[in-house]
Ligand binder design. Structure first.
Ligand code: FE2
Length: 238
């Protein structure tokens, strides 16, 4: 499998490119529109054809490149049914499995940061979006976020994956690129060390975070796959 972890510096967002070396078919997870040219160049260099763009959720901090890439490359955008992005080509739910060449992608619904959050399992890798960050997790005070739901998603769905599963998060603000389920179970400052649900909720209730800087621009844009002024024809499945 061809694999690249890409970084958008303004919002510290990780984007993941995965390609099948047998069919040259590829996917992007959590693309950022300002990085569009980088993706085009990389896909060309690696001779990959982009089939899907996946969103772990409707982002509040950056605008997705999904619509832009769909227009130019014909890729299909994939989000969870509850994400509120009816512009997508494919609306998925928990347990859905997709195949791109030889790459098998399993969808896990992991709400809590938002109601439509998903994580994706591909081989021994977990793409956890903002549901599970390295030594942290996404905030739960916007977009139908809920701390108790977040706790259940992480402890029941993500922490039950094999301990050596590689964790690739949606962001990291300290330059750390990778973790494992075992590491997060033991050391995650918010969710590790068998913390109780009550204690986790208390931590989240007391974060006292600032209003998300780009939310008023990014949310409506992402509910339109990054193209708020453009009407799209949705083909819904899943
Ligand atoms: Fe987020």
């Amino acid at each position: 499998m061809i694999f690249r972890q890409l970084f958008e510096a303004e919002t510290c967002t990780y984007t993941y490119l995965l390609g099948c070396e047998f069919t040259q078919k590829a996917i992007l997870i959590d693309s950022v529109d300002s990085e569009y040219e980088t993706y085009i160049k990389l896909l060309n260099e690696l001779e990959l054809k982009l089939i899907y763009t996946f969103e772990t959720h409707v982002h509040a901090d950056h605008v997705t490149a999904a619509g832009h890439l769909r227009d130019t490359l014909g890729s299909k955008s994939v989000v969870h049914r509850d994400a509120g992005a009816m512009c997508a080509d494919l609306l998925v739910t928990d347990g859905v499995e997709l195949q791109v060449g030889e790459i098998e992608i399993k969808v896990l619904h992991t709400p809590g940061h938002t109601s439509g959050c998903t994580s994706f399992v591909i081989e021994d890798r977990l793409f956890s979006g903002d549901s599970l960050l390295i030594n942290g997790c996404g905030r739960t005070d916007f977009q139908q976020g809920d701390s108790a739901t977040m706790y259940d998603s992480v402890t029941e769905k993500l922490f039950t994956l094999p301990p050596d599963t590689l964790v690739y998060p949606g962001h990291n603000y300290s330059g750390i690129t990778i973790s494992t389920i075992a590491q997060e179970k033991a050391l995650n400052a918010r969710l590790g060390n068998n913390i109780s649900k009550e204690a986790f909720i208390k931590i989240m209730d007391n974060l006292d975070l600032a209003y998300p800087k780009h939310i008023d621009r990014a949310l409506p844009a992402n509910q339109s796959c990054g193209q708020p002024n453009k009407s799209t024809t949705a083909v819904r499945q899943g």
